[in-house]
Design a protein around this ligand. Structure first.
Ligand code: UD1
Length: 423
């Protein structure tokens, strides 16, 4: 059996929903809990499969993890096993986030090279070089990264380009190093700042997270015994705003800071959409879509994760749009699926050229990765007729209850079980 989403397009979305906690904050914060000497409760954890896989990974190394109604309790006191399971790490890229905390706490760690969304090459050389600069010996054996150290020592690290993953991992490793670590050309994403705030609650001494220079003064130990509520998911919010625009709807998102989405919002306005916002809400009224050009870049630039979803909207723009992808060279596989829906999309070097059509037409499609799945849903909502999306395991990795939430907003969408033998 497998599941599909069936969308009858053409119904404008209407209403209000609250944005869930951020996947890309929840996963490293779960990993960071391994640094504590007592249990921690994390609130607003999204119930998505990446989070459930990370919880299983933490359990396999000895942590006690309970997860109910968005509240996750992690007790890391019995963690002893510093070798992570290939089966779990190969499923999600963020599982590699446990490397920094385990290295800091146990002075050794064995983690397989990570898997995750197929977005092209996703090396971890900046993480490795960062650990080495901190004084770890790092080796590769049989697909595993093996890192050991007598003691991590503060140092200056300059990343060749801003990497979210490497900034988080090295920042976590440096929290208990002796002396001061300075990370330059650090990633400035809000999720990096959220992780730093969580570490600060544990007793870490970190300044500058959210800027390109982060200073970490090593401390002897980190403590739990507190509750922490994670920030909202700006990529989920962006996906719903695009769904609102593509369906010519009128929706409001609560619990989201507009400054997380500045560059995205300004592009939506350029595309002719009516946006209103307050301190912690954003609303959109769908208008005829104008063609625009976009280049993805690290925060505060246009997020690479919103490239496929925005492409789905631009498929029905008046004119030709160009999206340049500067972060992940393999992010274009979703285009074949959009073509099935009648989109006129082509690649040119590192860009996708989208010639707007009047209407997309529903068809069976497969989600190749999380955000491409978001794109196919947006396209399906605007298309004429029925779109049947399979590959929901990908979509469920990053979007909690997306079918139920879109149904609340009035779309004609349902999840159905299918029998693979009868297809
Ligand atoms: C990236 C996104 C992040 C998004 C996440 C999930 C950026 C800057 N980061 O984070 O916003 O939420 O994907 O889809 O947009 N790189 C190396 N060596 C390394 C690490 C990274 O060369 O060791 C390169 C990557 O190939 C990429 C760039 O640096 O071109 C940024 O990668 P990174 O930010 O680490 O990716 P993620 O953490 O996965």
């Amino acid at each position: 059996m497998y599941e599909v989403l069936i969308i009858k397009g053409g119904k404008p979305l209407n209403g209000t929903i609250e944005v869930n906690g951020a996947k890309n904050a929840a996963l490293p914060i779960m990993a960071a809990s391994l640094l504590a000497d007592s249990p921690i409760t994390i609130r607003r954890v999204p119930n998505i499969s990446d989070v459930r896989i990370m919880a299983r990974l933490l359990r396999t190394i000895g942590a006690k993890v309970t997860f109910r109604n968005g509240n996750m309790k992690i007790d890391p006191r019995d963690v002893k096993n510093v070798r992570a399971s290939y089966k779990l790490v190969s499923k999600i890229h963020a599982s590699f986030d446990i490397t920094g905390p385990l290295l800091a706490r146990f002075k050794q760690v064995e983690v397989p090279l990570p898997g995750g969304c197929n977005l092209g090459s996703r090396p971890v050389n900046f993480h490795i070089e960062g650990f080495r600069s901190l004084g770890a010996d790092v080796d590769f054996q049989h697909g595993y990264v093996i890192a050991k150290t007598a003691r991590l020592k503060g140092t200056n690290i300059f990343f060749p380009k801003p990497s979210v993953g490497a900034t988080k991992n090295v920042m976590m490793a440096a929290t208990m190093a002796s002396g001061t670590t300075i990370i330059e050309n650090a990633a400035r994403e809000p999720e990096v700042a959220d992780l730093a705030n969580f570490l600060i609650r544990m007793g870490a001494k970190i300044r500058g997270a959210g800027t390109s220079k982060i200073t970490i003064e090593g401390v002897k130990g980190l403590s739990g015994g507190f509750e922490y509520s994670i920030i909202s998911d700006r990529i989920e919010a962006g996906t719903y705003l695009l769904a609102g625009a593509a369906s010519k709807g009128d929706i409001t998102l609560k619990a989201i800071k507009p400054e997380f989405l500045d560059s995205f919002i300004s592009k939506l306005k350029d595309a002719g959409q009516k946006i209103d916002m307050g301190e912690d809400w954003i609303s959109i009224k769908g208008r005829p879509v104008k063609a625009i050009d976009i280049s993805t870049s690290p925060f505060p630039g246009f997020p690479t994760d919103l490239h496929p979803p925005v492409a789905a909207l631009l498929c029905i723009a008046d004119g030709t749009s160009v999206i340049e992808e500067t972060i992940f060279d393999g992010r274009f596989i979703y285009l074949d699926e959009l073509r099935r829906l009648g989109a006129e999309v082509n690649t040119k070097n590192h860009s996708v050229v989208i010639r707007g059509v009047k209407k997309l037409s529903g068809a069976p499609v497969v989600a190749p990765d999380i955000r491409a799945g978001g794109a196919l849903i947006i396209a399906g909502l605007s298309a004429e007729g029925c779109t049947v999306i399979s590959g929901l395991d990908k979509i469920d990795r990053g979007y909690q209850d997306i079918d139920k939430r879109l149904a609340i907003l009035g779309s004609d969408i349902r999840r159905e079980k299918r029998d693979a033998c009868r297809d």
